[in-house]
Design a protein around this ligand. Structure first.
Ligand code: GAR
Length: 215
C-alpha cells in the first residue's frame, strides 16, 4: 500500500474529503504551513500525526522549502498531495518530487492560474468554470492535468456561490485522482505526459446554458 503526505494551509475541506474517502493508501502525516489551520483539527481527530512548518520561521523561500522537504521525507511518502497549500514552491522543491507531487486548483487550468479564480471567471462572463488536479511542475499552475470537473456559471452567481459549486466538485475529483495515483492507474511519463491506464472515459458533455429542445 502506498504512503502519502498531505500538505495544507487553511480550512482543509479537501483534506477532509481525502480522509473521508476510502483511499487505497496510508496518510502518514498532515503538514500545515499555518499553526491555526482548521484542517489540522480534523486530521488530529482522525488520529493522523500532524506538524507545522511555518514560513515565519525561515528567512526565505529556499530555506522554508528545505525544511518542508525534510519533514516530508521523514515519512518517506510515495506521493505528496497539496490540498489548499497556499505557497509558491521553489523549482528545487518541485523537481525533488517531480511525478510524485500533485495539486488541486479552483479553475479549469490553464485558465485562471493564481488567485481569485472565481472572481476572474465571473468578470470574464465564462459559462463554464471548474477545478483541476495536476502534477506540479516549476511552471506555476501549468503542470500536466490528471482530472478536471466543470460546472455551469449561473447568471445569479456570486464569487461565493460559484466557489461553493466548484468546491463540491473538488471534493469529488481529488479523492479520485489520489486513488488513481496510489493504484498505479495514473502516472507522469518521462516526456512529462500524464498516462491514464485502464481508466474509463465517457462520451459526455456539459453545455451551459443548456441547449433548447428543438425537436
Ligand atoms: C481550494 O479551493 C483549493 O482548490 C484552493 O484553495 C482552496 C482550499 O480549500 N487551492 C489553491 O488555490 C491552490 N493554488 P480547502 O483548504 O478547504 O481544501
Amino acid at each position: 500500500m502506498k504512503n502519502i503526505v498531505i500538505i495544507i494551509s487553511g480550512r482543509g475541506s479537501n483534506l477532509q474529503a481525502l480522509l473521508n474517502a476510502s483511499l487505497e493508501c496510508r496518510v502518514r502525516t498532515v503538514i500545515s504551513s499555518r499553526a491555526d489551520a482548521a484542517g489540522l483539527v480534523f486530521a488530529k481527530e482522525k488520529g493522523i500525526p500532524c506538524s507545522v512548518v511555518s514560513p515565519h520561521d525561515h528567512p526565505d523561500r529556499a530555506s522554508f522549502d528545505a525544511a518542508l522537504a525534510l519533514e516530508i521525507d521523514r515519512h518517506d511518502p510515495d506521493f505528496v498531495v497539496l490540498a489548499g497549500f497556499m505557497r509558491i514552491l521553489t523549482e528545487a522543491f518541485v523537481m525533488r518530487y517531480l511525478g510524485r507531487l500533485i495539486n488541486i486548483h479552483p479553475s479549469l487550468l490553464p485558465a485562471y492560474p493564481g488567485m481569485h479564480t472565481h472572481a476572474k471567471a465571473l468578470q470574464d462572463g465564462v459559462k463554464i468554470h471548474g477545478c483541476t488536479v495536476h502534477f506540479v511542475t516549476p511552471d506555476l499552475d501549468h503542470g500536466p492535468i490528471i482530472i478536471q470537473a466543470a460546472v455551469p456559471v449561473l447568471s445569479r452567481d456570486t464569487e461565493q456561490t460559484l466557489g461553493e459549486r466548484v468546491l463540491r466538485e473538488e471534493h469529488r475529483i481529488y479523492p479520485q485522482a489520489v486513488r488513481w495515483l496510489c493504484t498505479g492507474k495514473v502516472r507522469l511519463d518521462e516526456n512529462g505526459k500524464v498516462i491514464h491506464d485502464g481508466i474509463r472515459t465517457e462520451d459526455s458533455s456539459l453545455i451551459s446554458p443548456s441547449l433548447e429542445d428543438i425537436t
